[in-house]
Structures are given as C-alpha cells and as structure tokens.
Write a new protein. Sequence first.
Length: 94
Amino acid sequence: MNGGVVELNIGIDALALVPGKTGGGETFLLGILGGLTRQTDLRVRVFLSENSLEHIRPYAPGFDYQVVMNSNKSVPRRALFEQFRLPRIIRHSD
C-alpha cells in the first residue's frame, strides 16, 4: 500500500509474440501495454521470449520484463511451456 493506494500486480504472458509475424495479436498486445503505461497504480511484469524483448520494451518502458524462453517459434514447445513451466515461474517471481 502506498499512501492509501493499493498497487496492483499484473502479469502478461507475451510468449505468443513473434515480432513481425504475429499480426493482429501483436497490435493488440502493444496497444494494451501502451495503455497500461498510463496507469500509475500498477506493477506490470511481462513474461516473454528473448527474441521479443527488444521489440516490446520501447512500447512499455518501466515495466518489469522476465525472459523465460530463448525462442518461442515452436508453437507446441511454447504451449507446453505455458501450461507446465510458466505457472511455476509466476508463482516464484517476486
């Protein structure tokens, strides 16, 4: 609590983003991130792959970024990761 204001923690799974290839999903995600930057009572952590970090960061400076995969280009591998490993990572993130 900060001066009577509750800070909300939001986690965003951005693992499906493959810069330049995701299309409408990419546009939607970047729009959401841009909108969240205007909120002062949020702590936003974005879970993403290494190949997306430098693409996303300029749209949402000041957010916490946690690279959890080297590459997300294999959809089956990413889906398994999101179902089994990502929940554990989220539970153990500060």
